[in-house]
Design a protein around this ligand. Structure first.
Ligand SMILES: [Zn+2]
Length: 597
């Protein structure tokens, strides 16, 4: 994939490709050997101002993209990026600015392409014949020469946080603004029509890569390209919420090229525009490969494209990280330690069911237990576990995979999802013949799982004697730990929310534990970072066993489960609020969703 190559280089696009600027550089070379004489700029070529580095460390830093250099260096010296940069600033006599302010129209002072290529921004400060700039790493001679050539002023450099600078560039100019800079593409001479086309292709490739790369950095799980009447909208889903991506104003004119590019990357037929299609991309990101599922759908103003990002190197979570309370964890583990039975996790798509199952498996993984999984797709790799992926194209379904797995002498089997009677049937029989089976079902609450299995024509007595526990769960957004603050809520508001959540009004006493989201650099100004689970645990007690055998309705089962101490999703949400992990807004929002279900 040609785009990959460009992307892997990690360095900003070479301005030399651009004829306009390369010609100005030629001019600058003619003007003087070094137009910025008198301003001594410590070069990063050899990082000589850091003599204590080993050759390998030096090489690692030198080969990294500009905006990553400080981070890589900081990881080698195990200090923070800020500390590293202020250390560098001392050694190089460049000021280190904690915060900075941009001038009204930064691109009037410095062309966008230089801002992007050098990862720098002009500052508001003014002085005669000089241009003040902030960048992420001590600038090279070359950078200074370019700035001088283009602006005619001597550059005065300062250093700043790479994260803040990169974010300021994206926020001010949108993702890919330099890739899709019209002026670049219009510049070519008539006879260079071919080059023009190639440049445009390269720009589109770069743009699509930038959108995906930014999504990965922002921890997005999905990217949506949505053609509308006047715009091509791009949105990320981060922690379950849609976040619009700021894109260049001229994006609409590149819509067809962008959509074609994604279709090419994902091996989809580009001439077919009337039917929905599916494909996949393996995207190289740093050391790892990212698997991306692509789906196209014809809409009124063009094909809508959705990308689902599956990070193969995702770190599976522990049970504690899921947000389980200690007593809940104990409760679940007591079931997981049994040699046989079924544990079901339920919830809608995206409620973190497979994350939970993976955490359970990691918890019970021991050398003397053979654990096998069948998943669609494998979302987390777990060392020491035998993971299989279904493949519907060749008829390798959950049911057929499960049947094969049973011939492989497993102790524990994890089935990604029970969707049909056949899978349910084999799973139940497997648990009755001495296997522990973990799986998920698409139901809203725990008791619903029982009636769903009955709907799949599974005999109630088989369900009653195999299912040990059903866990319903949802994910709510986790407060950013760096910026959350006390909510300072009026007591009456809390009282109203508690009654909405059907939580005891006595809990009003915990008013001062309620926190609110604020927003900072760490969380893309969302106030939240990551998610935390809320849970409803239903154990197969004797009384529930009796109800299941009688094919009782879900509400009846629920009523008994609650009298036996099952806590609701809303109560679990309130517990997470009290722990300072999420907000009342989040839980109330999800509770509203649950009522609609
Ligand atoms: Zn924050």
């Amino acid at each position: 994939m040609e785009g990959r190559l460009l992307f892997l280089q990690g360095t900003p696009p070479s301005p030399l490709k651009n004829k306009m600027i390369s010609s100005t550089e030629d001019i600058s070379e003619e003007i003087s050997e070094s137009p910025v004489q008198g301003i001594s700029i410590p070069s990063d070529e050899q990082i000589l101002w850091l003599p204590e580095l080993s050759d390998l460390e030096r090489l690692n830093v030198m080969n990294a993209p500009l905006e990553d250099k400080a981070r890589i260096l900081s990881s080698q010296t195990s200090s923070s990026v800020d500390e590293t940069l202020s250390e560098i600033s001392k050694k190089t006599n460049l000021a280190y600015l904690e915060s900075f302010e941009l001038p009204e129209n930064p691109t009037k002072i410095l062309p966008l392409r230089l801002i992007h290529s050098f990862c720098c921004l002009p500052l508001q400060k003014e002085s005669e014949g000089k241009i003040h700039l902030i960048t992420v790493w001590p600038p090279s001679e070359r950078m200074s020469r370019w700035v001088y050539s283009v602006s005619g002023s001597k550059p005065i450099w300062s250093l700043g946080s790479p994260e803040k600078i990169v974010r300021a560039i994206t926020e001010n100019f949108g993702i890919g603004a330099d890739s899709l800079d019209d002026s670049d593409m219009d510049f070519e001479d008539e006879e260079d029509g071919q080059d023009d086309l190639e440049d445009q292709n390269a720009a589109i490739i770069r743009f699509v890569n930038e959108v995906v790369q930014r999504a990965i950095v922002d921890r997005a799980t999905n990217i949506h390209f949505e053609p509308h009447k006047d715009t091509l909208q791009i949105r990320y889903r981060i922690d379950g919420q849609l976040v619009p991506v700021r894109v260049p104003d001229n994006l609409r004119s590149f819509q067809d090229a962008i959509i074609s590019r994604i279709k090419i990357m994902s091996g989809i037929n580009i001439s077919e525009k009337r039917r929905p299609q599916g494909g996949r991309i393996t995207f190289s990101h740093g050391q790892s490969d990212l698997d991306i599922r692509v789906s196209t759908l014809p809409t009124l103003y063009g094909e809508s494209i959705s990308l689902r990002l599956l990070n193969e190197k995702s770190q599976p979570l522990s049970m504690k990280e899921l947000g389980l309370l200690e007593k809940e964890e104990k409760n679940i583990v007591s079931i997981l330690e049994k040699p046989h039975g079924i544990v079901l996790v339920t919830g809608p798509t995206g409620s973190g069911k497979s994350t939970s199952l993976t955490a359970f498996i990691r918890k019970i993984h021991k050398p003397e237990r053979r654990i096998m999984t069948v998943e669609d797709p494998v979302e987390y790799e777990v060392a020491g576990i035998n993971q299989t992926q279904v493949n519907s194209e060749i008829g390798f379904s959950f049911a057929s995979a499960l049947r094969e797995i049973l011939r492989q002498d497993p102790d524990v089997i994890m089935v990604g999802e029970i969707r049909d009677r056949e899978t349910a049937d084999i799973a139940i029989r497997a648990s009755l013949t001495g296997h522990l089976v973990l799986s998920t079902l698409h139901t809203n609450d725990a008791p619903g799982a029982i009636t769903r299995l009955i709907d799949m024509e599974i005999e109630p007595f088989l369900i009653a004697s195999s299912v040990e526990m059903v866990i319903a769960q949802r994910l709510v957004r986790r407060l950013c730990m760096e910026c959350n603050q006390p909510a300072d809520l009026p007591e009456a508001d809390l009282r109203a929310s508690l009654s909405l959540l059907e939580v005891s009004s006595d809990e009003v006493a915990n008013l001062d534990r309620v926190r609110k989201a604020v927003g900072c650099q760490n969380c893309q100004n969302l106030g939240y970072r990551g998610r935390v689970g809320i849970f409803e645990l239903m154990k197969m007690t004797d009384s529930i066993h009796g109800l299941v055998i009688k094919s009782a309705s879900a509400p009846d089962i629920r009523e008994i489960a609650l009298t036996e101490g099952m806590s609701t999703l809303q109560e679990s949400g309130w517990a997470q609020i009290k722990r300072g992990l999420t907000t009342l807004d989040e839980v109330v929002r999800y509770a509203d969703g649950m009522l609609e279900d």
